[in-house]
Ligand binder design. Sequence first.
Ligand code: FAD
Ligand code: DLZ
Ligand code: SF4
Length: 510
Amino acid sequence: MSEKTLIPILGDQLSVHISALKGQKPDQCILLMMEVNEETAYVRHHKAKIAYIFSAMRHHAKALEERGWSVDYVAWSDSENSGSFSGEIARALERHDIDSIRITEAGEWRVMAMIDNWEQKFDIPVTICPDDRFVATHQDFADWADGKKQLRMEYFYREMRRKTGFLLDEDGNPEGGEWNYDTANRKPAKGDLAIPQPIRFRPDEITRDVLALVAEQFSDHPGSLEQFHFAVTHEEAMRQKRKFLDEALPRFGDYQDAMLSGQPFLWHSILSPYINSGLLDPLDLCREVEQRYHDGEVPLNAAEGFIRQIIGWREYMRGIYWREGPDYIDRNFLDAQRPLPDFYYSGETDMHCLAEAIGQTLDLAYAHHIQRLMITGNFALIAGLQPQAVHQWYLEVYADAYEWVELPNTLGMSQFADGGIIASKPYASSGNYINKMSDYCQHCRYDVKQRVGENACPFNALYWEFLDRNQEKLGDNHRLAMPYRTWEGMDPHTRDDIRSHAKNFLDQLS
Ligand code: FAD
Ligand code: DLZ
Ligand code: SF4
């Protein structure tokens, strides 16, 4: 038997163009895919997230075989399954005559530490290929960040625009004269607008098997499988992408920050699980969005807004994750220590905004950005929830959640636990912002206009008490100068009432 290269394909590397396969010959390689307990258990992932990943992995194995690759697929219920990537590499090395391992770098520190150990552990050469699904290499980000006092996304984004050439005119200037059209993207939505709905894919036999497996094996994990709707192949993900480009993209910009009761998706793409696991290529998507703009099908604020999310925010978050190192996860700048209330796992709360955002999350493993940032994230921040518990929740409940993208978004952007590396001020707000951007308050038992009293919106007192509680750490942040002035301008009785209202509320949180 001739010697072969073993190429492990991880659950978020589901692209036939993944870098480890480049330049390799199918008859000289064994591809290894593994459903393992270590990956399903590092947090209690939402049931639909596990079902999505397993089904997409199983479909991807078939797609690779159709292209001539030999895939050794270790299913969850394989009686010999060791339960870990390293254990499965060891078993594969016994099954096949392998002389080297080749793998695309993993997306997180935990798995990279495992891979870095394989050469010594298995006494075999291991080649780790950079993940070329991103615009910026780790070195690119390090070079950009080097010597800068502040690592603001906006300036990194301009670099990425220059590097990719997206939405630049022939002189290299931004289309329309501005780099960023975010100020045009803050319209609240009305329920009477026709809102596009993503395709609900009918589970095929592979998906039905996986759904049964997950229902049986992961019954204690959060979330429901009843509304499982995901695309699980590249072709299905492409259909979803086209539907987004045709129907939602033109208004993506306008309503990017809007929220409406009973409308989980609005004009968002719902493509993040596919982009992050490899079914869709992020740069192809940006090219298509740019083309739609040049064809006059979508306005500039929509095209620029979307491209910024991918080559700006997404790339920037990855850069921060790898730059800040494996102990980024331990940061807790504001020393927030409160445990997560039970309603994050049940959706049962009389705060309508939270009930909506959490309810749809448990049903669909999806919430859009403003719900994550300004509802569940904002509440966690102003209530002083422990950032590591908040991080764990986000990593569990969203189908698109992988640590490299979830952690900086949660710990840094949303909880300010890194002390301002990502955000120049905490994303904290009272009920006023939620009322402006949604219809939630109209359906809530609380009164968004009141700060204290039985019917007062809890976000109001919590917001002021958050500023008060953290004045030592946040008081000199110039972007908070105005709210601190307002707080200090209130009479002492009012401030005491707010403090005690917030304290009573927090004491009652389980
Ligand atoms: P759209 O609104 O259609 O945006 C288009 C695409 O842009 C997304 O698919 C995504 O790939 C990218 N994008 C947009 N914003 C961001 C961002 N801040 N960071 C990275 N990519 C972005 N995104 C994840 O992919 N995984 C996560 O685990 C994750 N956790 C988050 C946690 C918190 C607390 C917050 C505030 C945001 C988080 N995000 C995460 C970013 C963002 O909320 C999701 O990417 C987005 O909601 C996915 O839905 P969509 O595909 O409909 O996005
Ligand atoms: C998230 C996840 C889950 C739930 N299960 C698996 C799995 O069984 N096998 C696998 O290869 N990948 C899985 N993943 C995705 C991995 O956690 C992800 O690929 C690594 O964290 C590397 O970033
Ligand atoms: Fe949320 Fe307060 Fe509005 Fe109720 S009134 S929906 S708790 S912001």
